[in-house]
Ligand binder design. Structure first.
Ligand code: GTP
Ligand code: MG
Length: 197
């Protein structure tokens, strides 16, 4: 059996759906607030440090960035929301750009919505979950930077996040660490299931 997601390369950065690469291939989008670790998670999944540009300052990813994975799938890195210092103009463009992209790209199989293990979901996180539900785009919530939370405290954080999201159980949440690879096999399984369906 070949290893999943073994060959990856940068493909293209776009700002609107009609610039998306062809052929349309099953894709997964990595979304979440600014600085939550979207780009790092992509690099960790693909085991390619530096492929997606990361930064300790929020607002690093400004376009919709396509990565070619195994000539079969697209991994798509999008700009984060909720960064206070982003200019009003950029903020007012973010929503329409992302909404138009997500609703206008039917080959997107799944949105991985990334949350920070150390904080409760923000209003914008909740709006994103609601909106994805309303447009019927499948969403997997991933609680990342889990390495920052002591093992004995993890369950409590997950319960709190699940409560805020109105989930019955925190078992629907996946945990992840781009630092040490926690949760990587589980997330890969979920991605393959969505992409190969
Ligand atoms: P924007 O593109 O600005 O929206 O940010 P992003 O969501 O792509 O975040 P990025 O991957 O650039 O990571 C932001 C910061 O968080 C960087 O300093 C990363 O090193 C750090 N980081 C990301 N994931 C993890 C993780 O799992 N654990 C730890 N400890 N740090 C992480
Ligand atoms: Mg980024």
């Amino acid at each position: 059996m070949t290893v999943a997601f073994s060959q990856a390369s940068f493909l293209r950065a776009i700002t609107q759906p009609d610039q998306a690469p062809t052929p349309a291939r099953p894709g997964v989008v990595f979304a979440g607030r600014s600085n939550v670790g979207k780009s790092s998670l992509i690099n960790s999944l693909l085991r390619r440090k530096g492929l997606a540009k990361t930064s300790s300052t929020p607002g690093r990813t400004r376009e919709i960035v396509y990565f070619n994975v195994d000539d079969r799938f697209y991994f798509i890195d999008i700009p984060g929301y909720g960064y206070a210092k982003t200019s009003k103009t950029v903020k007012s463009k973010w929503g329409p750009m992302i909404e138009e992209f997500l609703t206008g790209t039917p080959s997107i199989r799944l949105v991985v919505l990334i949350l920070d293990a150390r904080r409760d979901p923000s209003t914008e996180d909740l709006q994103m979950v609601e909106w994805l539900r309303s447009v019927r785009i499948p969403c997997q919530i991933v609680v990342s930077k889990i390495d920052k939370v002591r093992k004995t405290h993890r369950e409590r954080h997950l319960r709190s996040i699940a409560d805020t999201l109105g989930l019955d159980s925190h078992k629907d949440l996946l945990t992840y660490s781009s630092e040490d690879g926690t949760g990587r096999p589980e997330l890969i399984r979920v991605l393959l299931e969505a992409l190969e369906a």
